[in-house]
Design a protein around this ligand. Structure first.
Ligand code: SF4
Ligand code: SF4
Length: 219
């Protein structure tokens, strides 16, 4: 999600683990999240390669963001929420940071994801699994189009085993250490009870966190 209006000729980039070494030493949960995102991205990469062998062409690319406007109920899990909050507060800088902080403060009437700035995802390295998993082939989505409903055959079906493994990696963070218990929660879908709808969350409090962080840094 959120990446040109024409099908891209460049392949999906090879999945890479992003390291935030200093932060990860202080925030062990961040390593779990980044591992889970690597597994998710590996699954997407494999899924896209399979479809490309069938002659499909990935349409998603930077600056293509209709999906970030038309999808109103993107799920986000608590660990993901921590990652998004951390990234916006501690990593984002410059004009993008200012724009995001202002947007989060004034969300009334906004018809897009709170993190979409100038048609680019401001938190792209830590965007949720749901965003990572939504990929469309053949042509870019029209304004307001949710390709899942208008042309399901053009939407990537994520490879389940990768998403399951990403959840498996995250579950110990929620206190589910037992492997069999984790498997059960994933198989039954119980895991998804943890999810919240991104647009329903109180993002003004994140804007305040960002300002508090700036004040602390300027002392
Ligand atoms: S899902 Fe649709 S709108 Fe979103 S990046 Fe892909 S082609 Fe563009
Ligand atoms: S977090 Fe928001 S802006 Fe980023 S990819 Fe997801 S929907 Fe788009």
């Amino acid at each position: 999600m959120s990446h040109k209006s024409q099908p891209s000729q460049t392949a999906y980039p090879p999945p890479q683990r992003i390291f935030f070494s200093e932060h990860e030493q202080r925030l062990p949960w961040l390593s779990i999240l980044m591992e889970a995102y690597l597994i998710t991205d590996q699954g997407i990469s494999e899924g896209i390669k399979r479809e490309e062998k069938q002659g499909k062409l990935l349409a998603c690319g930077r600056g293509c963001a209709s999906c970030c406007k038309s999808h109103e109920s993107i799920p986000v899990y608590p660990l993901e929420l921590m990652g998004m909050t951390w990234y916006a507060t501690e990593i984002l800088y410059g004009p993008l940071r200012q724009q995001l902080e202002q947007q989060l403060q004034h969300l009334e009437g906004l018809n897009s994801c709170p993190f979409l700035i100038n048609d680019v995802c401001s938190i792209h390295p830590v965007r949720p699994m749901a965003c990572r998993n939504f990929n469309v082939f053949n042509r870019s989505c029209e304004a307001g189009e949710d390709a899942y409903y208008t042309r399901r055959k053009d939407v990537l079906t994520p490879i389940k085993k990768y998403n399951d493994e990403a959840f498996n990696v995250m579950l110990p963070f929620y206190g589910v250490k037992n492997k069999a218990e984790r498997r059960k929660m994933i198989k039954s879908g119980e895991m998804h009870r943890l999810a919240r709808v991104m647009r329903d969350l109180n993002w003004q409090s994140l804007a305040e966190k960002m300002r508090a962080f700036d004040r602390m840094k300027s002392k």
